[in-house]
Ligand binder design. Structure first.
Ligand SMILES: [Fe+2]
Ligand SMILES: [Fe+2]
Length: 251
């Protein structure tokens, strides 16, 4: 009798300990429930944006190569990475049983896509690099860095691999602009004035769905500004120029 009680007490104690440990884990990680309809509904748009973004990135690097043919090999390598990313994120949606809303995503990118195409037709390489290798890459880096903290384990692993590549892509654009700064600064500033507000709008547009995925809007903005401003600094712009460029997001 005495022993029986002891065993039951021990079991209760163990089970309490386990419950406490689990709730502390989920509290400290603040992970959302990946199985709810509202999560899946928001995910159908966010996942589509990511998939479309990777496709756009692939197409853009292939297009940029037509403007710098001697960089064809390197740019093809970057484009191939983007297709791998697309496949990875497609698998993330499949894993959660979510169908990506690609119609929404195409519309989401349409304005930026259009601006890239116009710049490409005109042969405005600086604008193309700013849109893809700086703005889109910094946007991707911010979203992926925030997502990694609250993603399901499958998506987390994939996104961690992807974000490393995106830093390489950001670096590619950064190095080209740095080398050519004396001749491309004016176009860079102009292109930024037109396209940074679009990125800000896109961040605003995605904020509600992102918050369902436990991705914080402020954090997204912060991560974006860090990647964006660090890059501008590396390119060789001074504080005043960087501030002037960043202000375009507010106006
Ligand atoms: Fe990518
Ligand atoms: Fe990329």
């Amino acid at each position: 009798m005495h022993n029986e009680l002891k065993t039951t007490d021990m079991q209760t104690l163990e089970s309490n300990k386990k419950t406490t440990k689990e709730s502390i884990n989920s509290m400290s990680l603040n992970l959302p429930d990946f199985t709810t309809d509202s999560y899946k509904d928001a995910y159908s748009r966010i996942n589509a944006i990511v998939i479309e973004g990777e496709q756009e990135a692939h197409d853009n690097y292939i297009s940029i190569a037509t403007l710098i043919p001697n960089e064809l090999e390197e740019l093809t390598k970057l484009a191939r990475m983007e297709m791998k990313h697309k496949k990875g994120f497609t698998a993330c949606g499949r894993n959660l049983g979510v169908e990506a809303d690609m119609v929404f995503a195409k519309k989401f990118f349409s304005k930026l896509h259009g601006n890239f195409q116009i710049a490409l037709e005109k042969g405005n390489l600086t604008t193309c690099l700013l849109i893809q290798a700086i703005l889109i890459e910094a946007f991707a880096i911010s979203a992926y860095n925030v997502y990694i903290r609250v993603a399901d384990p499958f998506a987390k692993k994939i996104t961690e691999g992807v974000v490393k590549d995106e830093y390489l892509h950001l670096n590619y654009g950064q190095e080209w602009l740095k080398e050519n700064l004396s001749t491309c600064k004016e176009e860079l500033m102009e292109a930024n004035k037109v396209n940074l507000p679009l990125i800000k709008k896109m961040l605003d547009e995605v904020a509600d769905d992102a918050s369902v995925l436990a991705m914080d809007r402020e954090e997204l903005m912060e991560e974006f500004m860090i990647a964006y401003q660090d890059t501008l600094m590396e390119i060789g712009l001074d504080n005043r120029e960087i501030a002037r460029m960043a202000m375009a997001a507010i106006v």
